[in-house]
Design a protein around this ligand. Structure first.
Ligand SMILES: *[C@@H]1O[C@H](CO)[C@@H](O)[C@H](O)[C@H]1NC(C)=O
Ligand SMILES: *[C@@H]1O[C@H](CO)[C@@H](O)[C@H](O)[C@H]1NC(C)=O
Ligand SMILES: *[C@@H]1O[C@H](CO)[C@@H](O)[C@H](O)[C@H]1NC(C)=O
Ligand SMILES: *[C@@H]1O[C@H](CO)[C@@H](O)[C@H](O)[C@H]1NC(C)=O
Ligand SMILES: *[C@@H]1O[C@H](CO)[C@@H](O)[C@H](O)[C@H]1NC(C)=O
Ligand SMILES: *[C@@H]1O[C@H](CO)[C@@H](O)[C@H](O)[C@H]1NC(C)=O
Ligand SMILES: *[C@@H]1O[C@H](CO)[C@@H](O)[C@H](O)[C@H]1NC(C)=O
Length: 417
């Protein structure tokens, strides 16, 4: 009901604008180009520019989810693809779907490091390493899991398919509290946070097929431990690995107090060279590159200090850098500041739109940093990933989702060597 009347008002306003002005900015904002798909709805920014009551930060803050007037959590979740700009129609296509494919009750099994492995058409991901309900951290390492995309696709026409998907445990040697991962030379490289004082943080490659053998790629910076490596990405131009080092192992009580600056490094596996490429963050977290590698994106989750709570004046932001020919980074730019939670995992689609896991689901920006839409879950998604064209797996701690949409993944996937 709400969606229908909202779409109608938008259409009328669009006609008026069309008659008086040719401004493409207001045009693109107001005229729905297509029918609104069944699982989508338009959210009109103007409907909340002026609210009857604006609550103080003790009530409305980064840990809360904004509900626009006329909606409630259920109506926002009922049609989870939220269109904030016409550009989002291309992202979602004509019939986007969102399916809950697994729920674990209280164990946050579906946390991070989502990586698609094309040869077996499976999605790998990992359990939360820091939440007490996971029982991980200092007590034991988190676990790696996988699902078959075929099985997920078979239930994409239902909204709740929990119980019908086989979530498989990957029987790999312990990868100590893995948190980020990416495709790497035909295998998968994990950023492992480490465990306690003596089991250091490291980059580890895993064979995505049995026997899931692993090889440590890098475990120190001139003999010093990394704080807790968080995420890793390959630049498609120079094929080097870039990774973030941050504080969550410490802020979640399973790593010692830090001995290095929170920053971003690069690693060249031909020469073994490790170099810092960017600093000045609060808590650098997710990392990705635009499809041709000319931009780097880093999420900064500094507003969230794990067991220490929130600091609302710290970043909940995405920064963009130009990647120069020599692989160094330039022109740091504030790309986005999110409205719910912090932006964690980050990925581009093939058109260079930027997606990040946030406090209310997955949010999507165009390459200019304009919010164009959301895949709204009503809860935090720390990460997600595309599985090629039109398919996505969204991790939401106790909940695992499969989405179909119009966009294709823009992440770099290389072959062996
Ligand atoms: C943020 O908002 C939530 C929900 O209203 C509230 O419980 C929490 O105390 C607030 N945080 C702070 C630091 O005020
Ligand atoms: C580790 O085990 C101890 C003792 O059983 C327990 O009190 C603690 O909560 C556990 N820590 C985590 C992170 O699960
Ligand atoms: C999904 O279905 C399962 C099994 O029928 C049920 O236990 C669960 O409550 C449902 N979840 C939602 C979010 O509807
Ligand atoms: C860690 O290593 C140090 C130095 O080798 C040692 O003193 C300490 O007992 C070790 N801690 C644990 C928990 O094994
Ligand atoms: C796993 O073993 C295979 C066969 O020996 C090897 O080709 C591959 O590189 C290994 N992968 C890792 C990550 O150790
Ligand atoms: C990479 O893509 C950006 C934005 O899409 C474009 O401006 C730039 O020219 C491209 N660079 C190269 C080297 O193709
Ligand atoms: C929040 O972080 C800023 C910058 O790090 C710091 O100056 C401030 O004291 C922090 N506020 C609280 C309440 O911790």
């Amino acid at each position: 009901m709400i969606t229908f009347s909202l779409a109608l008002v938008v259409l009328v306003a669009g006609v008026l604008v069309g008659a008086s002005s040719d401004s493409s900015a207001s045009h693109s904002q107001l005229v729905p180009r297509r029918d609104v798909p069944e699982q989508a709805q338009i959210i009109d920014w103007k409907s909340f520019n002026v609210l009857p009551t604006v609550l103080p930060p003790t009530v409305a803050n980064a840990s809360t989810i904004f509900i626009p007037p006329g909606y409630d959590l259920d109506s926002l979740k009922e049609r989870p693809f939220h269109i904030y700009d016409d550009a989002f129609y291309d992202v979602i296509g004509t019939n986007p779907t969102l399916t809950l494919i697994a729920n674990t009750g209280t164990n946050p099994m579906f946390h991070e490091a989502a990586v698609w492995y094309p040869p077996t058409d499976e999605m790998f991901f990992v359990q939360n390493a820091g939440a007490s309900a996971a029982g991980t951290g200092l007590n034991k390492s988190n676990v790696i899991l996988k699902i078959s995309l075929d099985e997920a696709a078979a239930v994409s026409n239902v909204r709740n398919a929990t119980g019908s998907i086989n979530v498989q445990l990957v029987d790999a040697p312990a990868i100590l509290n893995s948190n980020g991962a990416t495709n790497y030379r035909g295998q998968i490289v994990f950023a492992a946070e480490g465990q306690g004082d003596n089991l250091t943080s490291q980059l580890i490659i895993m064979n995505p097929e049995e026997p899931y053998n692993t090889t440590i790629l890098l475990n120190n910076y001139f003999g010093r431990q990394f704080n807790s490596l968080n995420d890793v990405a390959v630049n498609p131009r120079n094929k080097e690995l870039y990774f973030t080092d941050t504080l969550y192992g410490y802020l979640q009580d399973f790593r010692p107090s830090p001995g290095l600056r929170n920053q971003v490094y690069r690693y060249n596996d031909k020469t073994g060279t490790v170099a810092a490429v960017a600093d000045g963050f609060s808590l650098p977290n997710g990392i990705t590159f635009s499809p041709n590698g000319s931009y780097a994106y880093i999420t900064d989750t500094g507003a969230f200090h794990g067991l220490w709570g929130w600091n609302f004046t710290n970043p909940a932001s995405i920064y963009r850098f130009d990647v120069r020919e020599d692989g160094t980074w330039d022109n740091r730019k504030l790309f986005a500041y999110v409205d719910a939670g912090v932006p964690d995992g980050v990925h581009c689609d093939s058109n260079g739109n930027v997606y990040a896991g946030c406090g209310d689901g997955v949010q999507v920006w165009n390459p200019s940093g304009k919010l164009i839409g959301k895949i709204f879950l009503g809860k935090t998604s720390a990460n997600f990933n595309f599985a090629g064209d039109g398919r996505m797996v969204v991790l939401a701690e106790e909940d695992l989702y499969y989405a179909t949409l119009g966009a294709s993944g823009g992440g770099y996937i290389d072959g062996p060597n």
